[in-house]
Design a protein around this ligand. Structure first.
Ligand SMILES: Cc1cc2nc3c(=O)[nH]c(=O)nc-3n(C[C@H](O)[C@H](O)[C@H](O)COP(=O)(O)OP(=O)(O)OC[C@H]3O[C@@H](n4cnc5c(N)ncnc54)[C@H](O)[C@@H]3O)c2cc1C
Length: 542
């Protein structure tokens, strides 16, 4: 998003006020194991994930907390599952507005409805709506809770990185503070400094993609309305407030409304309260009382870096890839970056995996970014047709969608964020063709209710060997790593059978710390498991 007016400040929450650090008085730059730059959702989640795994991490942010401003609001099931592993999901779920249903309108006609989570047996809903500052605050609260239990996480507010020098085995950072500049060193640097990433510029790296020539007005309004908690999207709405419009409920009686304004607009004029109110009144009706809570205009781009790993510097979140908001794939995909990166970096730092394991962070998350950019670009092209002919085609599809279900698959008001399956990853081991496709190697494990709680709650603490209706020995360590053993039965659990067994009589799954499947077999074989684990760690397997 190239512009958000005003930018993400003033502060909504002052979470980590500036405090002078002893590092600022050191005679020579103090070396840290890992420095994360950026205290947005992705930087906070990275620090939390690493710190909880015992990796010492220092986070530097140029502000002192979460910004006020309307950016992300839709957080997907996979994000909640990851935040649950990090101990941050419960307050998000409590505060957030849960939803699974969406409606698509053209003019004044309902074209169709969709359910994003049509199946039972998941701990979390398809989505919650929660303002980004709250999402960040809950991540910060989880950091504070982890710190209280001894997790080695430090956050320094109003520490702005102004310079970066990369050497073979470390980086040096110049940091500006209210007390003047100082220098720091880090073995590993994770750049989570947002779409405009100063760090990317400091390393002279490209960020290539497409700019979309359209403006969207966000009007967050506070009202006691009786609209259902569903996502409503209009193409060419009858109330004429924009070329498209979106209505979504947020917590605290706040509703997010987006209007598509077109490219050639007078921004100042559009942001005048009376002009915003005219659009909102036309949508809601003049008898609906509301207050304007937040208004801004955004434009956007879909782009990514060529590579997310540059030696000992790793890019995550918007600094690495940027998408349009349609599909809610920005922060949601950034959280998947964190999930993918943290366990790999920990094992590399501990010397349990070679540094090339981090190349799989690059390849897997570049693959994920391309999937997100493709979906987001297609949605944007559909919502904002670039020529009269494309608009004609688009509207013909909309006409058809009202009557013919197959046409609904072509309508694209934003394909909403789904977790990425790392097909073709170098970390994937053997597959078993009689088992369901949705749990093939590379896939994120789908949740299932078990007799003793949710399955995902029992995965994610290192590598796990999940056995279903078959035996395997209790393995203490393989390749120097503890391998958690989880023995289950699908005999009385039809969802476990449907999601993990399929046609197979039994199953053995090797599951990565990020809850993605590494390999699977019908029965246990010690050599096969050891080889698949070596593959998942990028060890030499000759
Ligand atoms: C209108 C809109 C709607 C959106 N809706 C959704 C949605 O519904 N769902 C979704 O998943 N995503 C959505 N997004 C995208 C989401 O907001 C971003 O993907 C997310 O903020 C990226 O997080 P980040 O941590 O990578 O970067 P940021 O949130 O941009 O954080 C970067 C941080 O780095 C700090 N920083 C920058 N430079 C320095 C420096 N030199 N030194 C120290 N610190 C620095 C910044 O101050 C900031 O704290 C939306 C975006 C927009 C604009």
């Amino acid at each position: 998003m190239t512009e958000l007016v005003p930018e993400r400040y003033p502060l909504a929450f002052q979470l980590y006020p500036y405090r002078r650090s002893p590092d600022q008085d050191a005679a020579s730059p103090v070396r840290h194991k890992v420095i994360v730059v950026g205290g947005g959702p992705i930087g906070l989640a990275t620090a939390l994930d690493l710190g909880q795994q015992g990796v010492p991490v220092l986070l530097l942010d140029d502000h002192e907390g979460a910004g006020l401003g309307s950016r992300a609001l839709c957080f997907a099931k996979r994000t909640l599952e990851i935040c649950d592993r990090l101990g941050a999901a419960a307050p998000m779920l409590d505060k957030g507005v849960r939803w699974n249903l969406g409606k698509v309108f053209h003019d004044d006609r309902l074209l169709y409805e969709f359910n994003l989570l049509p199946e039972e047996g998941h701990a979390f809903p398809a989505f919650i709506n929660l303002q980004q500052p709250w999402f960040e605050k809950y991540l910060f609260d989880a950091i504070a809770a982890a710190q209280a239990k001894g997790a080695p996480i430090e956050i320094r507010g109003r520490n702005r990185v102004d310079g970066l020098n990369q050497a073979a085995d470390h980086v040096t950072l110049n940091v500006a503070t209210p007390d003047g500049p100082y220098a720091l060193e880090a073995d590993w640097l994770i750049a989570c400094d947002g779409a405009r990433s100063p760090l990317r510029d400091m390393l002279g790296l490209d960020f290539k993609g497409r700019v979309f020539e359209d403006n969207f007005l966000i009007a967050d309004v506070k009202m006691k309305a009786s609209f259902p908690t569903e996502r409503w999207f209009w193409f060419e709405p009858h109330f004429k407030s924009g070329a498209s419009a979106l209505l979504h409920k947020q917590p605290d009686d706040i509703w997010r409304i987006d209007f598509q304004l077109g490219w050639d607009i007078d921004r100042k004029k559009e942001l005048l309260p009376e002009n915003i109110r005219a659009r909102v009144d036309a949508m809601l009706g003049t008898d609906v009382a509301y207050d304007l809570d937040w208004c801004s205009i955004y434009t956007f781009q879909c782009r990514r870096m060529d590579n997310f790993r540059h030696g000992n510097v790793l890019f995550a979140g918007d600094s690495a890839h940027q998408v349009s908001p349609f599909g809610a794939r920005g922060a949601n995909s950034g959280i998947q970056d964190v999930d993918n990166l943290a366990w790999k970096l920990k094992l590399v730092i501990e010397g349990k995996a070679p540094s090339r394991l981090l190349d799989s962070y690059d390849s897997e998350r570049v693959y994920g970014a391309d999937e997100n950019i493709l979906n987001s670009t297609r949605a944007t092209d559909f919502i904002t047709p670039k020529s009269a002919v494309s608009k004609l085609f688009r509207n013909a599809v909309l006409e058809l969608a009202e009557k013919v279900p197959f046409a609904r698959t072509i309508v694209n008001s934003g394909r909403l964020s789904l977790p990425c399956t790392y097909d073709g990853s170098t970390l994937n081991g053997p597959d078993c063709p009689t088992m369901p496709r949705r749990t093939r190697p590379g896939s994120p494990c789908p949740d299932v209710a078990m007799a003793d709680g949710w399955l995902l709650r029992q995965l994610g603490n290192g590598f796990t060997l999940l056995t279903i209706d078959t035996d395997a020995p209790d393995l203490s360590t393989v390749h120097g790593l503890p391998l958690t053993r989880l023995a289950t039965s699908a005999k009385e659990n039809h969802l476990l059978r449907a999601r993990y067994l399929g046609e197979a009589a039994s199953a053995v799954y090797l599951i990565r710390p990020d809850q993605h499947v590494a390999a699977r077999w019908e029965t246990y074989d010690a050599k096969a498991v050891a080889l698949a684990l070596a593959t998942a760690l990028s060890l030499e397997t000759a």
